[in-house]
Write a protein that binds this ligand. Structure first.
Ligand code: HEC
Length: 141
C-alpha cells in the first residue's frame, strides 16, 4: 500500500511540474509580444513629450496671452501663423531666435510687440525649448 502511495505521489508531482512548465511557456508567449511593444513606445512618447513640453512653455511663457489657437487677439492665431509658415516653408525656430523677419503680420507696431518678447525672454530659451514650442504650434493648428 505504501508503495502505491509513493508511486502515486511521484506521479502527481510529475503532473504538477508539467503543468507549471506549460504555464511558464504560455506566460513567455504572452510576454514576448509585449516586449516589442515596449521597444516602440519611447519613440512615440518622445514626440508626444516634445509637444507636451511645447504646450507647457506656450502657457508658462505667456505666448498664450497674445496667441490663441483659432482667434486673433493681440497677435495672430496659432493656426494662421503655422499656415503662413508652412506655405512659405519658413522656420518658426529661426523667427523665435531673431534670425528671420516677421512674415505673418508685418505691421511695424505689431512686429514691435512680438520683437519685445523675442528680445525680452524668448532669447533666453534653449534650442530644445524653441523646437518644442514650434512642434506644439504645428501640432495644434
Ligand atoms: C504681448 C503679446 C505677445 C506675446 C506674449 C507673444 N507674442 Fe508672438 N506675436 C505677437 C504679435 C503682436 C505678433 C504679430 C507681429 C509679427 O508677426 O511679428 C506676433 C507674432 C508671432 C509669430 C509670427 C511671426 C511672423 O513671422 O510674423 C510667432 C511665430 C509668434 N508670435 C510666436 C510667439 C511665441 C512662441 C510666444 C511665446 C514665447 C509669443 N509669440 C508671445 C504678440 C505676442
Amino acid at each position: 500500500m505504501k508503495k502505491i502511495l509513493f508511486v502515486f505521489a511521484i506521479f502527481s508531482l510529475t503532473i504538477v511540474s508539467c503543468g507549471e512548465t506549460k504555464k511558464e511557456d504560455v506566460k513567455k508567449e504572452i510576454e514576448s509580444p509585449k516586449k516589442e511593444e515596449v521597444k516602440e513606445a519611447p519613440k512615440a512618447a518622445a514626440g508626444d513629450d516634445v509637444v507636451a513640453l511645447g504646450e507647457k512653455l506656450f502657457t508658462d511663457k505667456t505666448c498664450v496671452s497674445c496667441h490663441q489657437l483659432d482667434a486673433k487677439i493681440v497677435g495672430p492665431s496659432v493656426k494662421d501663423i503655422v499656415k503662413i509658415y508652412e506655405d512659405n516653408n519658413a522656420s518658426l525656430v529661426a523667427f523665435l531666435k531673431g534670425e528671420k523677419e516677421a512674415i505673418v503680420d508685418t505691421d511695424p507696431g505689431q512686429v514691435a510687440i512680438m520683437k519685445a518678447n523675442l528680445d525680452g525672454f524668448v532669447k533666453d530659451l534653449k534650442q530644445e525649448e524653441l523646437e518644442a514650442l514650434a512642434a506644439y504650434m504645428k501640432s495644434a493648428k
